[in-house]
Design a protein around this ligand. Structure first.
Ligand code: NAD
Ligand code: UGA
Length: 468
């Protein structure tokens, strides 16, 4: 029969491990949840007195406030948490490999492997080990081999796949009420019992019909498939946005009309300066690599094009800025509003804003950046990584980071919207216009602003996916 889970350990206190297991703790007061990480600073931030948590996510502080110290704990004592748990989530990072076999495509499974080896080394009782990280299809097989080869006699491991579908910025509402929870297991009695044990944890707040139980490999592949198909919608709409700009069609109207078809649906059809975030590109490249290793080059090429279209969209937008500003931005002053990869997060991983600013800097433009949530130090780090051959001091001669949108917009030649933060709607555009060099330009990479209103004030407005 399925075990009743009483103690959960989560390895990895990041964007996924933190919010996911904090919500489990909140919804399951009878389960003790310990989230562990090797990164002391991160754990200290999770434990901070004034709830200065390491990640910004609307609603997260409330959840942590209710559960921390009750049945939710954050610690760097990985071994103790592993030893005590009946169920262990592995929620470590799986970035794209930077070197070696599959560099630039394959997932780096080093962190998953070391976490798995640690479990094998420390565990003295049976464990359900749950893959929460996004991994290539059949990773659970490797985890099982490692666990079985290193386990103490008499300890038994079941491996489950339970990919996470939350989106940053809406993590807490996504976790409170997910479209579905997916649990993959081996179709053995023991595998199915483990699956039922985890399903019972989620059943504390999620309706049973939304908890899907499938085979291990389907579960692993479904996560890559979901991200690939979501990203594909954005690349599709962005490809159409280029046609709109060239013809005078309007991408908002096209997306609305197309999305009205119930088979297509209205969500996730917003044209943009390009998708960012830690996962879409990484997971698609991972799928490309998987397809290639399976000798399916046409399948690989199909998915690779989703990423290529995204790169094209980002460089196309930079080019629009240069072209519109009379083919040169050298020495011009540009405000970039937004640095996060989407609104309501402080996360900048793969943000389109970084690519735009890199392009502007390569033209020797002066860039002033404002983002409501991103830390200043993070911006410098990202720009240094984006321009590895330029010394930071040189970058800092051209880049200024400020603390309000109003300050960023002062006396610029152009204003670029790179992230769809709501507060940019409240900018006093008449005032901004009055202080700008004329003609004054606004480039809206997020379909955020009221272009008509800005045009009336006197701005020249260029919006993604609108002709004219
Ligand atoms: P993250 O980098 O924010 O967090 C991972 C944490 O794991 C880090 O704090 C790191 O110090 C820790 N860690 C690494 N190895 C460890 C070890 N051996 N022992 C203890 N701690 C260790 O990453 P994330 O954004 O939370 O992503 C985690 C996984 O979830 C990835 O596979 C990602 O693809 C997937 N995912 C992410 C999102 C998202 O929105 N960010 C959504 C769904 C799935
Ligand atoms: C995405 C998925 O939505 C989650 O289901 C998944 O769990 C997660 O990846 C993951 O595996 O990491 P996330 O990257 O946090 O979540 O955020 P999204 O809302 O999906 O946005 C991704 C990017 O696409 C952002 O840059 C966003 O601005 C852009 N986007 C999104 C568009 O350009 N147009 C849209 O219509 C939607």
């Amino acid at each position: 029969a399925p075990v009743q889970v009483k103690k959960i350990c989560c390895i990895g206190a990041g964007y996924v491990g933190g919010p996911t297991c904090a919500v489990i703790a909140l919804k399951c007061p009878h389960i003790t949840v310990t989230i562990v990480d090797l990164n002391q600073a991160r754990v200290d931030a999770w434990n901070s007195k004034d709830f200065d948590l390491p990640i910004y996510e609307p609603g997260l502080v409330d959840v942590v406030k209710q559960a921390r110290g009750r049945n939710l704990f954050f610690s760097t004592d990985v071994d103790k948490a592993i030893r005590e748990a009946d169920l262990i989530f592995v929620s470590v990072n799986t970035p794209t490999k930077k070197s070696g076999v599959g560099a630039g495509f394959a997932a780096d499974l080093n962190y998953v492997e070391s976490a798995t080896r640690r479990i094998a080394a420390v565990a003295t009782s049976d464990k359900i080990v749950v893959e929460k990280s996004t991994v290539p299809c059949r990773t659970a097989e490797s985890m099982r081999t490692i666990l079985e080869a290193n386990s103490k006699p008499g300890t038994h491991f079941d491996i489950l796949s339970n990919p996470e579908f939350l989106a940053e910025g809406t993590a807490i509402t996504d976790l409170f009420s997910p479209d579905r929870v997916l649990i993959g297991s081996l179709q053995t009695e023991s595998g199915q019992n483990a699956s039922q044990a985890l399903a019972a944890v989620y059943a504390n707040w999620i309706p049973k019909e939304r908890i899907l139980t499938v085979g291990l490999w389907s579960s692993e592949l479904s996560k890559l498939a979901a991200n690939a198909m979501l990203a594909q919608r954005i690349s599709s709409v962005n490809a159409l946005s280029a046609i709109c700009e060239a013809t005078g069609a309007n991408i908002d109207e096209v997306a609305h009309a197309v999305g009205f078809d119930s088979r297509i649906g209205p969500k996730f059809l917003r044209a943009s300066v390009g998708f960012g975030g830690s996962c879409f590109q990484k997971d698609i490249l991972n799928l490309v690599y998987l397809s290639e290793s399976l000798h399916l080059p046409q399948v690989a090429a199909y998915w690779r094009q989703v990423v290529e279209m995204n790169e094209y969209q980002k460089s196309r937008f930079s080019k629009t800025v240069v072209d519109t500003l009379f083919n040169t931005i050298t020495g011009k002053h540009i405000a970039v509003l937004g640095f996060a990869f989407k609104a309501d997060t402080g996360d900048t991983r793969e943000s389109a804003s970084i690519s735009l600013i890199r392009d502007f800097l390569s033209e020797r433009a002066y860039v002033t950046i404002y983002d409501p949530k991103v830390e200043v130090a993070q911006i410098w780090q990202d720009l240094q990584e984006a321009c590895p051959t330029t010394p930071l001091a040189q970058i800092q001669k051209y880049v200024n980071i400020v603390h309000s949108a109003a300050e960023a917009c002062e006396q610029k030649e152009a204003i670029v919207i790179a992230t769809e933060w709501k507060e940019f709607l409240d900018i006093d555009w008449q005032h901004v216009y009055d202080l700008m060099t004329k003609p004054a330009f606004v480039f809206d990479g997020r379909l955020l602003l009221d272009a008509e209103k800005l045009t009336k004030i006197g701005f020249t407005v260029k919006t993604i996916g609108r002709g004219g």
